[in-house]
Design a protein around this ligand. Sequence first.
Ligand code: PLP
Length: 447
Amino acid sequence: MSNTKNLNRRFFMKGASATALIGSAIGGGLAIPSAVNAKGMGYISMSMSYDLDEEFNRIGSGDYKWDSIRRNARPHDVPFPMGVADMDFRTLPHITEALMKRMGHQNWGYQGPPSYFYENIIAWNKKRYNQDIKPGSILNSHGVLDGCLSILKLHNTSGGPVLVQTPGYSGFFGTVRNAQFSSVENPLRLIDGRWEMDLDLMAKQIDKDDIKIILFCNPANPTGNCWSPTEMRAMGDLCIEKGVLVVADEIHCDFVNKGATYTPYATLGEKYAMSSYTLKSTSKSFNLAAHHVAYLFSDNMEMIDNLKKSGHQRGSLNALGMIACNAAYLHGASYMDDTQSYIDGNCHILEDFCNESMKDVKYRKHEGTYLAFLDCSSVAKKLGKPDDGARVGDMLKNFFIEKAGVNLNPGENYGLGGEGYMRMNLATTNYKLRGALDAMKMAIDAI
Ligand SMILES: Cc1ncc(COP(=O)(O)O)c(C=O)c1O
């Protein structure tokens, strides 16, 4: 494929010309946005090989984060969409290169995974997290939530409610509803600025509602906890004692801020690994959500076999998605390291700005994920009561869109404990983050 030959992977590397673009490489056949290479403020000074300061233009690709919100917010402009959990960075160039090579073949017949697909998943998890995934225990999934749905349908035979710690990922509630079950919310407690588990309440809820499954998030969206081994063992022991299956959604595991550690739940010991599933994907780490490729595994081969028999594994994954996932795990280690450091820098920018200039918004640097959960209750108080029937979060969302051009997600989306909070996506450039914060401050100061 002649176009592939033209793709210069170095365009995205620090020090290389940012004008050597994929757009030119594919000869104008596809509408791929160009880069303008506007630099950020250089807040972080580690040696990074990928140019994450590049102002990569996402507009026009039809995505939710940029195109949908800008359409829905009309007549207001939204130069700072910080809602949907994906990244504003150009993906790893090796991924695009591998996809373009495959596209050039023009054969779209039935197809299995590329060579060493599962071996690369195993190697990534072993190398980065010392997590041993049993060969043969990995099942494909079109998404982490699709995997959760299959697990819920197979295991929740009693039909009881499903436990979710809150504030917790909003997609969990929809997935539980899709499986025709209800959820029980187990609120975390904010202690000295950190969200902590409430296991006493969890024990009572499990008994009262005959709960058999918990959807557990590590690192947690939206609170940003990287749960410690001690915390997870305490929760796991309770679940094992009471016969509750742990479904560990670890999709955000590749985003861990400095000073924090991600411990995979299943590495706590055999009994935890045998009574749980883990779900992961490259969709957050390399911005591949539109490819719909994820995977799940468990040391409990009986559970894996039963899940297969239940029809979960019917058909295979999208060819391009598998190729993208494979290239990510094969070539993406330094991209991931750079991205992690960059997000850590953004957390510092946000924390300093809130402490020094925007005191009505409270934020303490979180541990994992690229999502910050901001306490905006003082702003809400200044704004007064929401219109009849509106949630505080909707009032805050409208305010930040209309007065600052910033889109944030209402805390109530994440269940009990979320009111007064707004979730901000930090997977963007230093430059855009600073622009958003300046605009928010001006809007708050003008109330
Ligand atoms: C914790 C968590 N799990 C799952 C998902 C969705 O994953 P998928 O698109 O693979 O279903 C998200 C997306 O934001 C998430 O934050």
